[in-house]
Design a binder for this molecule. Sequence first.
Ligand code: NI
Length: 172
Amino acid sequence: MPNIDIKKCRITHYPAQVLAGCARPVEKIDDNIRQLVEKMTDIMLENKGVGLAAPQAGVALRLFIISLEQTKETVKVYINPTVTTTGELDSAEEGCLSVPGVVTKVRRYKKCKVTATDLDGNEFTEEAEGLYARVLQHEYDHIEGLTIVNRMGQTARIVHRRRLKALRNGNG
Ligand code: NI
């Protein structure tokens, strides 16, 4: 696994290529990965987010962090996660730090189960519902190369067309 230059990690915006590809598994949890998680935590909290996936910091790895409380102490790390959805769908408004200026309704499953590895290398499984389930599905999308832009309906695409065009033109 090539070394990640942490100094070069910064928030990536749609339509960056790193946000559109399927991310690679983390092969080894070493100091470099721990530094990446620290940097991602800074980026997430600075931008007042509740979650951030590695591609959003410019790194195509299967790793994301979540803190619904938006504090450093409560940041949870998900390495090589799998998310299994169950139950009914629910529609709610979502934003994304990588698609600034866009809030759109996204349909997600009300419940899901996540299995991942933490920074100590221990595997864990959790059942989630409500906002937590939504954020897990949103972050998991990122490591599969999907953003809220992919999840938008035709109407939302029209509503947000100017903003999306500005982002594509680098005027985000
Ligand atoms: Ni996002």
